[in-house]
Design a protein around this ligand. Sequence first.
Ligand code: NAD
Length: 301
Amino acid sequence: MTARVIDGKQTAADVIETVKAATADLVSGKATVPGIAVVIVGEDPASQVYVRSKGRKAEECGFHSETYTLPDDTSEADLLAKVEELNADSRIHGILVQLPLPGHIDEGKVIQTIAPEKDVDGFHFLNVGKLGTGETADAFIPCTPAGSMVLIRRALETDDFSGLNAVVVGRSNIVGKPMANLLLAANATVTVSHSRTKDLPGLCRTADILIAAVGRPEMIKGDWVKPGACVIDVGINRIDAPEKGEGKTRLVGDVDYAGAAEFAGSITPVPGGVGPMTIAMLMANTLASACRAAGVEPPKY
Ligand code: NAD
């Protein structure tokens, strides 16, 4: 079997088109202009790239977008004050504090200070709790698992995973755990595995839906994949690529793509799979926040 490639770039572009259209409706109806604020502390080049691309995408969607670049030695109190100021700003519907933060700042404290109704990353305890209890109608779902769900629903052409076994490899708070909750809410039978799991290959072979969120390059091999499974590779790992020349690198996922594509029914590539969905869902969450503030039903994806 050769797997169907799940095109995350195209799906993300579809999501963005929907966000743009709904934003245009909100703006033309004079309901509101969706607003996002991104706060970054320090000069980490990778974080700067992420923040710039979020700002560009927000503008493409027609949002009001603000970026605050604070110096590396910003105190925790000053950052918390900035978050409070944005909490109180009615033009801002989504607040995103780029992680990681410098070591002298308590990340947890900052995340829990963001108003839950503006927490478009979905990391506030209230949003985590709503997802855990299935109260998802007005919750923010973390963007990477939310985007992965869109890809699975489209690949399987259903939003009801009754009777399907899902195995999530990885139990992080930002990917593995929310992913498991979303799959459970869609009626899948879910197993969460991690670094202490025994016989991971055997467990993965039971999965109709296999999610890899580990951070280990190409760890999941082709013969771990059940024939016909839907494989979602969340991993983004940079490895040396001497074949491209000295000092060159390339991105790979947590799944051995070539091997897994021989067994899977459908599979996400890296890059071009889950990655583009994350930023698209951030825009979708910000739009949803603006819609809720305006009393309008947000679009579904
Ligand atoms: P994390 O380091 O917080 O968690 C990794 C998880 O993998 C842990 O729960 C750990 O128990 C498990 N694990 C580690 N070694 C294992 C092993 N040998 N066998 C089984 N499980 C093992 O990572 P994370 O933040 O969840 O991210 C996971 C991957 O996803 C990374 O490659 C990251 O770059 C990527 N990621 C991608 C996006 C995106 O937008 N596509 C977003 C977030 C994270």
